[in-house]
Design a protein around this ligand. Sequence first.
Ligand SMILES: [Zn+2]
Length: 371
Amino acid sequence: MSGVKLFTVRGIAVKMHVTFPLILVWAAVQFGYLNQRGFSLSGAAFGIVITLLLFICVVIHELAHSLTATAMGFPVRDIVLLPLGGIAQMERMPERPGQEFLMAIAGPLSNVVIAVLLVVGGLLFGLDVRPRMDLARLGWKDTLPYLIATNLGLAVFNLIPAFPMDGGRVLRALLATVMPHARATALAVSVGQGLAWMLGLMGLLSGNFLWILIAFFVYAGAAQEGQLIHVKNVLQGLRVRQAFSRHALSLSPDDPVSRATDLTLESFQADFPVCDAEQLVGLLTHTDVLRALKQRRPDTPVREVMRTKFPTIGLDDGLFEAHRQMTEAGLDALPVMEGEQFLGLLTRRDVNEVYQLLSVSPELLTQRRGV
Ligand SMILES: [Zn+2]
C-alpha cells in the first residue's frame, strides 16, 4: 500500500493514502450540517480540526507499535493513514510471545497515556475534562472532552481480543506462553470469530449497521490470520528448490507481446521471464501483457513493456518467505536465481500446489523436508 509521504520519524515514513482526504470531506459535511438548519462553516471547520486531531492520536498509536518493534529489531517500512485508521507495514512480525505482547499493547497503551495527559493538562488549566462523545451536541468547547473520550475509545476498541485488533495479538501472545504457537493462534482465532458473531448478532437485533460492519471486518481478519499461520506451518522448512518450475517458458526482448498470449493459451503459463542469451533481463507479468494489449499494438516488442525492476529469489530461500515476497511485490511469479544464473520461475500456483498437497497428506512433509 502506498501513499503520499508526510514526514519521517526515526526512519519510519508516515504516509497518507490517496483516499485519506475522504474522511475530512465526510467530517466537514457531517459536522457542517450538525444541529443547524443549514450548512455551518464553523461546524465544518470543527469537523475537520477534530478529525485531524484524532488522526494525530492514530499516528501516535501506530508509532508506539512501530518504535517498540524497531527497538526489538523488527524493521517497519512505513505507516499508512487510511480514512478508517492507520496501518504500520512491517517486514516481519515478532513471534516470541513476549515481543508480540509488547508490540501489540504499545498502541492502546499510548492512547491511555494521551488521555491521562489531556486530563491532567485540562485540570491544570481548570478545563472541563469529563469525556464526551455525544456527536449531536459537539462544539468547539468540547474539543478536549471529545479527544479524551476518543482516545479511551481507541484503547478499548483496539483491545477487543480478536484479530486483526491489537487485542487479538495480546491474547495470542498470552496463550502462547502456556501452549504451542499454532494452538494459541487457533484458539485466538476462534475467540475472535465468536466475538464477531456476537457483535454481528447484536448489530442485527439493534439495527446498528456499524456493528455489523465491524463484525464482518473482525471475522475476516481472524480467518486471514488463522490461514496465514496455517500456510506458514505447512510451508515451514520447505525451500524454493522443492517447488519451482525449471522448465518455465521464457520470452526474448524482441518477441512481440502477442507471443505471450499465444504461449499462455498453449501452456497456461501467465507470467514470463524475459531472457537475452540466457541472461535474465526482465519480467513480463500477465497484468503487463493485458495492459500492453489494451494500450498498444500486439506486435509491440516485449522489451518496451516488460518490467526491469522486480525481486528475485534463491534456490535455498524458504518457500513461505518467497510466497510472502511475492504477495508484497504484488506478483504471481518470481524468477529463481543462483548467483547471476537464471534457473526458472516460482509461481503462486507452484506454491499453492505444494500447500494443497501437504495440507491433505502431511506425511509427504517429512519426505519433502528431507530433500
Ligand atoms: Zn494498534
